[in-house]
Design a protein around this ligand. Structure first.
Ligand code: COA
Length: 165
C-alpha cells in the first residue's frame, strides 16, 4: 500500500466524507471518534492519501484484557495462572468504499499490530470485535482465532502477530 499515510485522527481530517457502506462505522468516525480520543476511551488512527485530508480508512485502539479461561488450553498451558492477560482491542476498522481491495485494511491492521507491539505496556494479544461474519472472515484470513464464548470476537497472540509483520 503506497501513497497513504497513517496518523492519529485530528481536526484537519475530513470525517464527514468517509463512507464504508456501514452507517454505524461512518457515523462513529464523524461524531464519536474525536470524543472517545479526548476522553481517553479509544485512540483513532486514519489512513489518508498524501497531500489530502480525505480519510481512506480508520481503526480504533483501546487497552483491554482477556479472561485467561477464554483462551484455549494450548495457549494458556505455558502461562502463569493469572486470571487476566493484557490485550489491546481494535474496536472498529473500516475502509472507504473508494479504496477497498487495495490492501488498505491489511495495512491498517499491521499498523495497529506495530503500534501495540512497541507500546511500553506489555500486550499479550490483539483482540478484535467483528461486526458480522464477513468481518470475521477478514480477521481469520489474517490469522485471528475466534473466542469460543464470543464468536464475533477474535484474538491473535502478539508473538504470532509480530511474525506477520
Ligand atoms: C473488511 C475491510 C476492512 C477490508 O478492507 P480492504 O482494504 O478491502 O482489505 P484488503 O484489500 O487490505 O485485503 C487484505 C486481504 O484480506 C482479504 N479480505 C478482504 N476482505 C475479506 C473478507 N471479508 N473475508 C476474507 N478475506 C478478506 C483480501 O482478499 C486480501 O487478501 P490477500 O492479502 O491474500 O490478497 C473493508 O471491506 C471494510 O471496511 N468493510 C466494511 C467495514 C467492516 O466490515 N469492518 C470490519 C471490522 S468491524
Amino acid at each position: 500500500m503506497t501513497g497513504f499515510l497513517v496518523e492519529a485522527l485530528s481536526r484537519d481530517h475530513d470525517r464527514a466524507g468517509f463512507s464504508c457502506g456501514v452507517d454505524a462505522l461512518d457515523r462513529y468516525l464523524e461524531v464519536q471518534a474525536g470524543q472517545d480520543v479526548r476522553r481517553r476511551i479509544a485512540n483513532c488512527f486514519v489512513a489518508r492519501p498524501a497531500r489530502s485530508a480525505e480519510i481512506a480508512g480508520y481503526y480504533t485502539l483501546s487497552a483491554s484484557s482477556i479472561a485467561t479461561p477464554d483462551l484455549p488450553e494450548g495457549i494458556t498451558r505455558r502461562l502463569p495462572r493469572y486470571p487476566l492477560l493484557p490485550a489491546v482491542v481494535i474496536g472498529r476498522l473500516a475502509v472507504d468504499r473508494r479504496h477497498v481491495g487495495l490492501g488498505l485494511g491489511a495495512a491498517l491492521l499491521f499498523d495497529a499490530i506495530r503500534r501495540s507491539a512497541s507500546a511500553d505496556a506489555a500486550v499479550f494479544a490483539i483482540v478484535v470485535d467483528a461486526k458480522d461474519e464477513r468481518a470475521v472472515r477478514f480477521y481469520e484470513h489474517h490469522g485471528f482465532s475466534r473466542f469460543a464464548s464470543r464468536p464475533l470476537s477474535l484474538y491473535l497472540p502478539m508473538a504470532t502477530a509480530i511474525m506477520l509483520l
